[in-house]
Design a protein around this ligand. Sequence first.
Ligand code: IMP
Length: 199
Amino acid sequence: MKKKIVISTTNRNKKREIEKLLNDMDLEVLALSDLKMHIPHVIEDGKTFRQNAIKKALTFSRYINETILADDSGLMVEALGGKPGIRSSRFARAKATDKENNAKLLQLMKNVPHGKRQATFACVIAIAKNGALLGTSEGLCRGTIGFELKGKSGFGYDPIFTPKGYKHTFAEFKPSFKNRISHRAEALKKAKLIIQKYL
Ligand code: IMP
C-alpha cells in the first residue's frame, strides 16, 4: 500500500502545484478537503512564513493520523519594505481576490521606476506527524514587479512577477516551467528529503 501524505492548503492552485511537484514520489497525496472529517481552522497569526507553516502542520497533525505537509508562502517587495509578505493573500482586504491584490500592489508601485522593482517569492514547508515537527524547508524566487498584468496561467501575483533572468511573467509561462524554477519547487525539492527520511 502506498504511503500517504496530506497537504494542508485549501488554495486549489497551490494544491495542484504541490501535487505535480510530488508526483515523482511513490505517495498517495491527499488534500484536507479529501478527508471526510471536521478540520479546525488555523489562524495564521505567526510573524513569519515559517511560524505559520509550522503552526498549520502541527495543528493538523494532531487531528489527522497521517504525515502532514503545510506550506506558507507570499511575495516580498523591496520598495514596500517587504510587503505584502505574510499578508499576501489578504493584502487588499480579508478574503481578497487575486485581482484586488494585484491592483493594490500595482497602484502602490505606480511611481516606482524600473530598476527599483525587485521582489522575492518565498515558500516555507513544514512537515509534521502526530504533533511532532519532522522538519522544515524554504525556497526563494527572485524577480521584479511589472507595470501591468501579463499572462493568464498560475494564480496570485503570477501575472505581475517576472523571475530574474527571464522576460515573461510566471503567468505567461507553462505551469511545468514555473514548477521548475519557483520558490515552491525549491522548497519541495528539499522537503522530499525529509519525506524520504521519515516515511
Ligand atoms: P498562503 O495561502 O497563506 O500561503 O498565501 C499565499 C499567497 O501568496 C497567495 O494567496 C498568493 O497571493 C501569494 N503567492 C504565494 N505563492 C505564489 C505563487 O507561486 N504565485 C503567485 N502568488 C503566490
